[in-house]
Design a protein around this ligand. Structure first.
Ligand code: ADP
Length: 435
């Protein structure tokens, strides 16, 4: 599921960004190409103006001058005198057939473009006028800017056709397009790699969350199955049992029902953590009173198990701690319950409270002389449903207590940790800030 989502997000990311990038590039190319064509056209017009001015000033056409103009600007200049191509062209290239065709095409283009339209750039003070236009040669398959200069003198007419080839410009434009295509392709590849990594990172916490939820559901179902199967088996046996046996079966059903109830409560607490349904209602509370209450609650159990439970409270009065007293009491209960469960008969448990006024932190410790926790287990004991191998058989222990304690302490911006008791056993420390 996450693999598919990963692909989808990557495609979405790359697709949308690439579409915007391609659109912007096309827009840029269009503007840039138009401006290249425009600037070429303006410089061509400027040259034509210079030629026209020159023609106005000199009464004769200098072939050297025309040849220089052609060579300098890569133009093709044709002179038509009274409808006959002038000697200049004949001398230059013997009027190759392709030049003839080009000239004819440019004249045809002129006629088709301006037959009905007024002629542009007419110099009213002289009899020289010129018109610039663009045309495409069908035979050469190439584009040109063209200018037709008309000179009218003594009932004779001379036309000068100047053709500016756009081949170089178009090659430059094609090079620019290829460059853009390359840049866009490389960018899309980089973008794909980046998007893949980025969406992967984005989805990782979601995937982890989903997997841990699946694990939670799996472990919860597993834990619920045992008491449920006992309840089902007991109720089936009840049908054919004597009144005495039925009493015992009912007791088992009730006991397993209570186990299920406790487990479901724990699961609900954990399910609500991290959501706005896990509310802690903080109010100033006396932690020494909470510790005393916890001590009193566990004393009978310890006595029964012949475990010595002691309580150490600060001698001086301590400030009140802004906390959810019910949740802190629940944490103490979890720690003491574990201490009692994992401490063999004759062991010792001590509950102590200290106030570090420099740091502004309350420190609650539960020390026992029990079975202790290996370093490998210490890394996992705050995880949901984690139980060290040696405590797996402990009844009524689902591996949820410490994860609930962890969530409660974290919700109070505090810290909970476990370490070895030098005298054997474990020490659990809860640090809570004053507010
Ligand atoms: P459980 O309900 O199984 O006690 P917890 O989350 O409270 O679950 O504890 C997780 C595991 O941590 C326990 O299964 C046990 O292995 C270990 N543990 C917790 N407290 C103690 C302790 N005081 N002494 C030894 N092991 C402990």
């Amino acid at each position: 599921m996450f693999h598919k989502a990963h692909w989808l997000f990557t495609l979405l990311c790359v697709g949308s960004t690439s579409a915007i990038m391609i659109l912007m590039s096309l827009l840029y190319l269009r503007v840039s190409e138009n401006s290249l064509y425009d600037s070429q056209f303006y410089s061509f017009q400027k040259d034509v103006n210079t030629i026209a001015t020159n023609l106005e000033e000199t009464s004769t056409l200098s072939m050297q001058w025309l040849a220089r103009m052609e060579a300098q600007n890569d133009y093709s200049i044709f002179i038509i005198d009274n409808g006959v191509p002038f000697l200049y062209n004949s001398l230059r290239d013997g009027m190759h057939s392709h030049s003839k065709a080009l000239l004819a095409e440019s004249l045809d283009a002129y006629i088709s473009l301006f037959a009905d339209a007024p002629v542009a750039n007419i110099n009213t003070y002289s009899n020289i006028w010129h018109t610039e236009y663009a045309f495409r040669s069908p035979t050469e398959q190439s584009h040109y800017y063209c200018s037709r200069i008309d000179i009218g003198k003594n009932n004779t007419s001379t036309q000068i056709m100047i053709l500016c080839s756009l081949t170089v410009l178009r090659a430059q434009i094609i090079r620019q397009r290829i460059l853009f295509l390359g840049i866009i392709s490389i960018t899309i590849v980089l973008l794909s790699v980046f998007s893949w990594l980025f969406t992967g990172r984005l989805l990782k916490p979601l995937q982890e969350n989903y997997e841990s939820q699946m694990q939670f559901i799996g472990a919860a179902s597993h834990e619920l199955r045992t008491p449920l199967s006992v309840i089902l088996a007991s109720s089936e046996c009840c049908e054919s049992a004597t009144a005495e046996e039925q009493k015992s079966f009912f007791q088992t059903i009730r006991k397993e029902g209570r186990r299920m109830n406790a487990l479901i409560n724990d699961m609900l607490t954990l399910a609500h953590t991290g959501t706005n349904r896990f509310l802690i209602e903080c109010a100033p509370a006396q932690l020494d009173t909470l510790c005393l209450n916890a001590y009193e609650a566990f004393e009978p159990l310890c006595q029964k198990k012949q475990v010595l439970l002691s309580l150490q409270l600060p001698e001086d009065s301590i400030p009140r701690c802004k906390c959810d007293s019910a949740r802190i009491a629940q944490t103490l209960s979890i720690l003491l319950h574990n201490a009692v469960s994992y401490t063999p008969d004759g062991g010792q448990i001590s509950l102590s409270l200290a106030w570090d006024h420099k740091e502004g932190v309350f420190e609650i410790t539960v020390t026992d002389t029990g079975i202790g926790i290996s370093d490998a287990d210490k890394k996992h004991i705050f995880e949901r449903f984690y139980r060290a191998e040696k405590s797996r058989s402990a009844k009524g222990h689902f591996g949820l207590g410490l994860s609930i304690a962890y969530e409660i302490v974290s919700a109070h911006h505090g810290k909970i940790s476990a370490e070895d008791n030098p005298a054997g056993g474990s020490i659990f420390t809860v640090k809570l800030p004053m507010t």
